[in-house]
Structure formats: C-alpha cells, structure tokens
Design a protein. Structure first.
Length: 438
C-alpha cells in the first residue's frame, strides 16, 4: 500500500486525520507537524525513505520544500481548497455583517495566484479583498510573517475589518490583536479527492519509473524452412549489429539477448516518448533505415522482465498481423498502442472474450474490430473509409467490407454523404453506435 507523509501545522494535520477517520483509503497517511517552515526540511530528509510521496496540508509548505530540495523524482501534493466552500464563508460573513465591505477584508486564500477564485473575472481589482503577494520564492520562508505584517499594518491604519485565513499558525496572533477572522479549513470532500488523486498519480509515477520495457524483434521468414541458411545467418548478424550500433550511437542502457528467430531487448519505460510521434521509439526508425529485410517489433511493459515479455509476445503478434516493419506495444493494463511512431497510432484495449465472440459473428478479426472502435474513440466524429483503411493498413475495399458487416450487426451506422462538387462517387462515412450496448 502507498505510504504518504502528511506534513503541516499540528491543528491542520489533526483536522485532516479526523476527516479521514473510518474512511477506506488506498494509502497510509503518516502525520508529521511543524511550527516553522525550516522544520519541513528535517522532517523530509529524515523520513523520505519511508514514504512513497508527501502530502502537505497547504500549498505554502509544498512550495517551500520544492524551493529548497530537488524533488523531481518524488511525488509531492497539497490539499486543494474547494472554491465553493471558501466563497460560501465570504458570502456568509457579508450577510451576517451588512456593513462589511469586501475591500476591507483580507484573505490569504483568495488571491492573485488563483484569480481571486473567480471573483477577478467579475470585480475590478479595487473591489476585491486585500491579499498578500510573494515577489519571489525566497520569500516563502518568511510568508507567515509577511501575512501578519500586512494584516497588522492594515488593522493599525484602520483599513481592515475582517480576515479570511487558512494559515493555522497565525491564529494566536490574530486573537492577540483582537482582529475578527474566520479560519477556513479544507472540506472532507476536498481532502478525500486530493488523497484519491495522489494515490492514482503516485501509482502511475512509480509504474513508469520502475517498469521495464521488453522488446521482441522477429525477423520475417526465419521460421520458413525454405529460407537459405546463409540468408538466415546474414539477417541475424545484421540485426544484431544494428542493435549494438544503435545502443552505442544513442547511448541507450539496453540489454540484447539472442532468440531463435530474432532478439529480445530490455530497457526502461522512460525511454519511450509520445507514441504517435516519430521520436516515440527511435530504434524502430533506425532499423527501418538500416536493415534490408522485413521484421516486426512487439513491446511489453511490466513490473518484471517475465511480465514485460508476456505482453511483448502479444504485441508482436499484433504487429505481424498489421504489416512488416511495424511496432506495437501492450502494457500491464492490457492496452494496445500502435503502430508506434505514426500519427495513426491508436490506444485501445486488448480484445476480450466478448469482443472476440462479436468479431467472429461478423467475420472480422478481433484486432481490426478493436482498432476501428479505437479510431472512433480517438476521433469522436464520422470516420471515412480511407481513414479506417489507413488505421488498419488495409485497402479501402476491405475497410468498406468490415464496416458493412458492422452496419449489418448494428455496431455502426452508415451516414449519407455528398459528392464533391457533384463529381465522382460519394464519400462514405460511419459512426460507431454505442447506444445498442453491443
């Protein structure tokens, strides 16, 4: 289970721990409190190895840590405020005190950084609450004192009647000065939402950081008994040289293992870029440019080499069916991505038993049916036969045959279309009909 350090002033931490009491969480919260920002560094450095991430009770604490420590490789979050909750406090006070003017209030929550929680779109700046502004990150260390100094000067100069604050550590000072205030705390809903988001984001963070990508590169024709042994040997040696050259030129940390009909490679998932761009998997383009024979590439992402290899085998079969010199990827969520490095790269679930049965009934391959649905999910607009053909690497005639079967089975609908300037055959477009719950 994910372990988060929960850091904040003692009252704020206590409020959050009470809010999650008796709630089922996908994580463990380990509370730590501070009185001064400088104590955050000691807390973090002493406990970081015991946490998977850290959640701050407020944004200032999170910014303080990020300003002082390089934490690009460590998830950091802070509890977000519900704008409706904050503004309801403001409205409530204006109703309770009809003579209270918004311009004579001070808030450290409603500020320029968040556009005064939407008020900035409706009111002029001279109609908004007074607030604090940090001109540089160096001022974060002293932000509590800056807020107190602002409030004190406004109060002494008779320019302030009320304070809306989220800063727990300044409350004793406000009471000492006799300044009316409302301490606004996070709602249970916003606390739970932040924790849920932190759990999901942290899981994805470590999945990507720790996951291995296993690639299987299979040479076309090597399983054919008719192929000359000299040709088979030449292809093996050429592919191995290309892999070694690529590893050296691109400085990739990549293992290379000989298989009976190709090679297996292993590398970090972080090496993969945007899967629909030519830079997604540069090895694929390198092999296309270097090799004189056909091949297929399957990539699998898993938490272990065995798991990655399992998904790579699935991806390889999809790549072989799609066409030579293409690559596909299957991850641990059974999501297929491909063809890699093209703008037609789609992301769709591996065909399950239900989809396979449906594909069999309409005489369409499961992969093609899944890709058509994936194309519709990506575009969300009528799709042309030419677009379907390109995405499936088939002819337009074959695309029309597939779509005709889907229309007959009420999986898709064919739209009427017009010819271009009255010439030629009409362009056929389709929409996937999800209303039939197929």
């Amino acid at each position: 289970m994910i372990r988060f350090g929960l850091i904040g002033p003692k009252p704020s931490v206590a409020h959050i721990m009470k809010s999650v009491e008796n709630k089922t969480l996908d994580c463990i919260l380990i509370p730590h409190t501070y009185n001064m920002f400088s104590q955050i560094l000691d807390i973090f450095n002493s406990n970081r190895q015991n946490w998977d991430g850290v959640i701050f009770t407020g944004i200032l604490g999170a910014h303080f840590l990020m300003h002082h420590v390089e934490v690009d490789d460590f998830p950091i979050y802070h509890i977000e405020f519900d704008e409706r909750h904050v503004l309801s406090h403001v409205i409530h006070q204006l109703i309770l005190q009809p003579d209270l003017k918004l311009t004579r209030t001070y808030s450290d929550i409603i500020n320029k950084a968040n556009n005064y929680m939407g008020l900035g779109n409706m009111l002029d700046e001279n109609q908004l609450p007074k607030t604090f502004f940090l001109s540089s990150f160096d001022q974060i260390d002293n932000s509590y004192n800056i807020v107190l100094q602002d409030i004190r000067e406004l109060w002494v100069n008779n320019q302030l009647d009320f304070v809306f604050t989220a800063i727990t550590n300044i409350l004793p000072k406000l009471r000492d000065m006799g300044i009316p205030y409302v301490h606004i705390q996070h709602t249970q809903e916003s606390i739970l939402k932040t924790i849920e988001y932190a759990c999901q984001s942290t899981e994805l963070f470590y999945m990507k950081k720790n996951s291995l990508t296993v690639g299987i590169i299979q040479i076309a024709g090597t399983t054919d008994e008719q192929i000359d042994f000299r040709e088979a040997e030449y292809r093996d040696v050429s592919l191995h040289k290309a892999l070694v050259d690529f590893r050296y030129i691109y400085k990739w940390d990549m293992s290379i293992l000989k298989l009976s009909s190709g090679f297996e490679i292993t590398f970090s998932q972080s090496k993969l870029g945007q899967l629909q761009t030519s830079e997604a998997f540069p090895l694929l383009n390198y092999l296309r440019e270097t090799l004189s024979f056909e091949f297929s590439v399957g990539l699998g992402i898993g938490r272990s080499i065995d798991q990655g290899r399992y998904y790579a085998i699935k991806a390889l079969e999809i790549a072989k069916n799609f066409g030579p010199c293409h690559g596909f990827l299957v991850n641990s969520l059974n999501t297929v991505s491909g063809p890699l490095g093209y703008d037609i790269c789609l992301h769709y679930p591996m065909p399950d038993d239900r989809l396979r049965k449906l594909a069999k009934n309409i005489n369409v391959t499961p992969d093609n049916l899944a890709r058509v649905i994936g194309l519709w999910t990506k575009m969300r607009q009528p799709i042309k036969s030419a677009e379907i053909a390109k995405s499936l690497n088939i002819t337009i005639r074959s695309a029309n045959r597939i779509m005709s079967s889907m229309v007959q089975s009420k999986i898709a609908r064919q739209l009427e279309s017009e010819t271009v300037k009255g010439k030629g055959r009409p362009s056929i477009t389709y929409v996937i009909d999800t209303k039939n719950n197929w």
